[in-house]
Design a protein around this ligand. Structure first.
Ligand code: HEM
Length: 421
């Protein structure tokens, strides 16, 4: 996609079977699609149909009036006060993780920091949104979500024929059953409990349709839980994994981060209230998501014909918008491959046109968890940076694996060195 933009410009017709597909790379055109003319664009297309096979019809994949109702219902969970409450969970889980590395650190034993980030963000989302300790199911869920992520991203057209007992379809179905078994347990345990905490699960189970007065069906609840379990941890985990990779290659940035952490926190664990003062940490996360956007591309289809940059786009086309491509657009990002957190000073961020940077998408379908994710990422980054310096294991291959999310294919192997002895 990057090459297509370099060679052909900001709108490129992509050669794909059975669909009329385009890459849309200019920020103004992206703004038109996701924001200004969003009513003309839908998620009713092949990509979201594939996603629905794993996630059902949850907030990420649904569309139209059903999506509007669900978004309105769930939005209050993501207001600032709630994020502050969840911050305590983030701090605890990050501390717990940082302590668990003592033995590996002492023995200089390499480990996969990407897997560790996945573990901690899954634990956090399960506690923050569903008030459950997921530790006992973490491996099961992790494997199931990886399989689903791989098959949703890679299965191609054959996956639309889910009834064919192909190897990939059977694997996906098995993974989906595994995930479901955990989700049904979570729902059953809550229903059986007399004490319902104030969280997303309680909200979903007690919601009533305004017109009919009916509750959400079990399947609707299942789809939202699956959506939030996946969307709520995998992206943040990838953002952090790539951040450690970049810091490992950029000792100056790492040293500046360490200095900020020491000056702002003075040895105490970071809390939500500290996040606004951990400015450089936030700039590091933002720059890391520019180079390695965890959600690296998404698509929309147009309901009616439209015009983009002077080109006629026939109705029913498939438009690809890629953070990975636009975040490297040389008209807006000088020396785009260079890691430079200074690009995200408030002044420089404000001076850039909208949609040159959009790791969380935009318009009405923008990420509902963006503030949660940024707060969580800064707290985890600083909790670890306070105690550990992570050295990349030389010669370990680090490769991008663009599934639904942008993962490191073979993980990121590091050795942790203790700070402060
Ligand atoms: C660094 C972390 C994250 C990134 C980069 C990210 C990115 C995105 C993007 C690009 C979209 C828009 C997708 C589209 O237009 O098709 C999206 C939507 C969504 N995200 Fe995130 N996300 C992150 C964290 C989270 C977290 C922590 C949660 C939940 C706790 C979450 C839940 C969702 C949901 C439910 C949607 C669908 C929203 C809707 O359509 O109403 N995300 N995310």
């Amino acid at each position: 996609m990057v090459r297509a933009r370099q060679e052909y410009g900001d709108i490129v017709r992509l050669r794909m079977p059975l669909v009329r597909a385009y890459l849309v790379a200019h920020p103004d055109d992206i703004k038109h699609v996701v924001q200004d003319n969003h009513d003309n664009y839908t998620k009713e297309n092949i990509d979201y149909r594939l996603l629905r096979r794993g996630l059902g019809n949850g907030l990420l994949t649904s569309d139209g009036s059903y999506w509007t109702r669900q978004r309105r219902l769930i939005q209050p969970i993501f207001v600032r006060e709630r994020i502050v409450q969840a911050g305590a969970i983030v701090t605890q889980e990050a501390q717990r993780l940082a302590c668990q590395w003592e033995r590996c650190g002492r023995d200089r034993e390499p480990f996969d920091v990407a897997a560790e980030m996945t573990r901690v963000t899954l634990a956090i989302v399960a506690r923050a949104l569903f008030s459950v300790d997921i530790t006992q199911y973490a491996r099961l869920i992790g494997e199931a979500l990886t399989t689903m992520n791989e098959s949703m991203a890679q299965a191609g057209l054959s996956a639309l024929f889910a009834f064919i007992p192909s190897r990939s379809n059977r694997r996906t179905r098995r993974a989906s059953r595994t995930l479901d078994s955990v989700i049904w347990k979570i729902i059953a345990a809550r229903r059986a409990s007399a004490d319902w905490p104030d969280d997303l699960l309680s909200l979903l189970l007690s919601a009533r349709d305004q017109q009919s007065g009916k509750p959400l069906s079990d399947l609707q609840v299942r789809d939202e839980i699956a959506t939030f379990l996946l969307a709520g941890h995998e992206t943040t985990a990838n953002a952090l994994a790539w951040t450690w990779y970049l810091l490992g290659q950029n000792p100056d940035a790492e040293a500046r981060l360490q200095a900020e952490v020491a000056a702002v926190l003075n040895g105490r664990p970071p809390q939500v209230e500290d996040v606004p003062r951990l400015k450089y940490a936030m700039m590091v996360i933002e720059e890391s998501m520019r180079l390695y956007p965890p959600a690296w591309a998404f698509s929309r289809s147009n309901i009616e014909e439209d015009e983009l940059a002077g080109y006629r786009i026939k109705r029913g086309s498939l438009l690809y918008i890629s953070q990975y491509v636009t975040h490297r657009h040389p008209d807006f990002w000088p020396d785009p491959e260079r890691f430079d957190p200074e690009r995200f000073t408030p002044q420089r961020s404000a001076a850039r046109p909208k949609y040159t940077y959009f790791p969380f998408g935009g318009g009405p379908r923008a990420c509902i968890g963006s503030q949660f994710a940024l707060t969580e990422a800064v707290i985890i980054l600083c909790t670890i940076a306070q105690r550990w310096r992570l050295r990349l294991v030389p010669d370990h291959p680090v490769q991008m694996y663009p599934l639904i999310t942008l993962r490191p294919r073979y993980g990121i192997q590091v050795i942790a060195e203790r700070i402060g002895y």
